[in-house]
Design a protein around this ligand. Sequence first.
Ligand code: C5P
Length: 247
Amino acid sequence: MNAMPFPAAPPAPRFFAVVPAAGVGARLGAPVPKQYLEIGGECVLVRALRPLLDASWIAQVLVVVAPDDTRAQAVCAPLAGANRGRLQLAPIGGATRRDSVLAGLRWLAARAGATERDWMLVHDAARPGLRAAALGRLRERAGGHPVGGLLALPVADTVKRAGLRDEIVATLPREGLWLAQTPQMFRVGVLRAALERHPAVTDEAAAIEAEGLAALLVEGDRRNFKLTTADDLDLMRALLGDARRPQ
Ligand code: C5P
């Protein structure tokens, strides 16, 4: 008698990362986009990419830059050598962060074989302070969740809502409030559909929410803040030991 063949187990999902780096960072007022500023002799973009490349469980990391970008190739070259084929660069950035991320997702599906069930991590190029512990937590916790999740920090300060002229109109209960960080990690197919259907979002989790899905908040890292203003740059330089920090 022939044994009943077992149905083949589906392949384990892989992990991909897309790093949107096509913004100009106008609020920082620097002469170059913020991802190309240096901290401790190293470019912000390189610092944002390193923890992803150091995580051997991430199959490929795609950096999405603006079509007229002239810096990324040279900046990424030292990383590319050591990470044979795992680091890719595509000049396909769009008008908004969401457009750049979506272009990256489509690129990874078409060129790197990312399937609907694979996990996609999206990490801002302007976050040079991500550490392995927080990244590992995200994989562990969001990877075991049906929807996925993101790094975030519970709000510690009392939260005020301002009206006109910056006068307080309300104090909001801070219980249950979190500040979203990146990486944000969702299944490729779900994230792509969510971003296609909800163009007016500022992060991936908002698109997932708009689909009626509940993403998991995973404790992030205070050092993983996004560079937005000149103050943020000073603070990051102080944290990462840049000799040029103001005294
Ligand atoms: O400007 P903001 O800080 O929100 O940008 C977050 C991230 O999104 C940055 O890494 C930036 O380079 C990226 N971005 C992008 N394409 C845009 C706008 C922003 O890739 N059109």
